[in-house]
Design a protein around this ligand. Structure first.
Ligand SMILES: *Cc1c(COP(=O)(O)O)cnc(C)c1O
Length: 397
């Protein structure tokens, strides 16, 4: 294959990548670490009768140990899943069903209105099956008010789920204070850490988080793998029944290459976490200053505390759908979550934006390979698009 030609074609065709909160490209070192486990070393770690199986089991145990060390937890606290969606389902439905199975009386669940659908939907499912659910509002800056959260807690509250970093607006919730509210009341705390792990320093056990969901493809690892950190001793009802793998808590053959890839990706992400955050924060601020200079651009979510690589803005005087169409070929950004199926963002609406404002919003997610050239090119494209669309007026779809 002719590399020069392929990469030229690629450059001409691909939009500037600024959607790293939808997914991140797998690091080449991660691909390399996984390689032999797809082919020459492929074996089922549950095959105890031959050497390749035992070797695969040893590799999984080693990767589990590396992940546990990176997260500051015991190896037995790590449960492999297919991603953060499954980890959230196992945490939330698993905890609720375990409460029912043990004959416990706690039936109340609490979360934030701005959570990812992979938290809201399992909780709403439980709310249709005998549990009560409170979705606590956030302030216009996207941050939860601790007094409002405390007021939502009841004597029969079983669990609270609060994401560490928001996938659309990047704000960081005060997890340490939230954990202390939970601890005083014997409430289990779950946190969807898909956007936080590998991006900000976060050690679940030090913070008092009982359950933490992690996704491989959000931290430059492979897609299709994630994990749930579970405080040892906390009971969960399995959500997948089958071969009894992982102490019966999550049946299914363990995907050895993906597990090794996840361990490698997390170590690499932690190794460059600080310099990456500093560099991307500077680029993100450059992007924000450039957008601000266009006029009529508002930032969504608190300026701080927030992920260094996230910016979310609403653009006045343009039609959202027309803006998306106009940018589609030149700029990979999103109008909300990749998982919301095109509906105006529930997160932005929870901040008080109208449906129209939410639709005329853009999420920028910078990544490891983002450069000043990317930002300046993006600003040029945005400046032109916005000024054209404004001349057409807000109904110019
Ligand atoms: C991407 C994401 C998920 C879903 O993760 P998968 O690994 O794709 O299932 C869940 N929660 C948040 C906050 C996310 O950003």
């Amino acid at each position: 294959m002719c590399n020069a030609l392929a990469s030229m074609g690629h450059m001409a065709a691909s939009p500037i990548p600024l959607d790293h909160q939808a997914t991140t490209p797998c690091d080449p070192a991660v691909v390399e670490a996984m390689a032999p486990w797809w082919s020459t070393l492929a074996a089922n770690p549950a095959s105890r009768s031959h050497r390749p199986g035992l070797q695969a089991a040893a590799a999984v145990a080693q990767a589990r140990g590396r992940l546990a060390a990176a997260l500051g937890v015991a190896p037995e606290a790590v449960l492999f899943t297919s991603g953060a969606t499954e980890a959230n389902n196992l945490a939330l439905k698993g905890l609720a069903e375990a409460e029912l199975a043990r004959g416990g009386q706690r039936r109340h669940l609490v979360t934030l209105a701005t959570e990812h659908r992979a938290v809201l939907d399992p909780l709403r499912y439980l709310a249709r099956h005998g549990f009560a659910l409170t979705e606590v509002a956030v302030g216009p800056d996207g941050l939860v008010d601790l007094a409002a959260l405390e007021a939502a807690l009841r004597p029969d509250t079983l669990l609270l789920s609060v994401m560490a970093a928001n996938n659309e607006i990047g704000v960081l919730q005060p997890l340490e204070a939230i954990a202390s509210l939970c601890r005083q009341r014997g409430i289990a705390l779950h946190s969807d850490g898909a956007q936080a792990i590998g991006h900000i320093p976060l050690q679940p056990s030090a913070l008092g988080i009982d359950l933490l969901s992690v996704s491989g493809h959000k931290l430059y690892g492979p897609p299709g793998i994630g994990l749930l950190v579970r405080r040892p001793g906390l009971e969960l009802a399995p959500q997948l029944h089958g071969g009894g793998q992982q102490e019966g808590l999550r049946a299914g053959s363990q995907p050895v290459p993906l597990i090794i890839g996840l361990a490698t990706a997390l170590e690499l992400a932690l190794a460059d976490l600080q310099p990456r955050a500093t560099r991307l924060g500077t680029l993100r601020d450059r992007l924000w200053r450039g957008l601000e200079a266009l006029g009529g651009v508002r930032r969504n979510g608190a300026a701080t505390p927030r992920l260094a690589h996230n910016l979310n803005v609403t653009i006045a005087g343009v039609d959202g759908a027309a803006l998306q169409r106009r940018l589609r070929r030149a700029l990979a950004v999103s109008s909300g979550s990749a998982c919301s199926g095109g509906a105006p963002s529930h997160v932005l609406q929870a901040l008080g934006l109208s449906r129209q404002e939410a639709a005329a919003s853009l999420r920028f997610g910078l990544g490891r390979h983002s450069s000043e050239a990317h930002i300046d090119a993006a600003l040029e494209i945005l400046g032109e698009a916005i000024s054209d669309l404004r001349q057409r007026g807000p109904a110019g779809a």
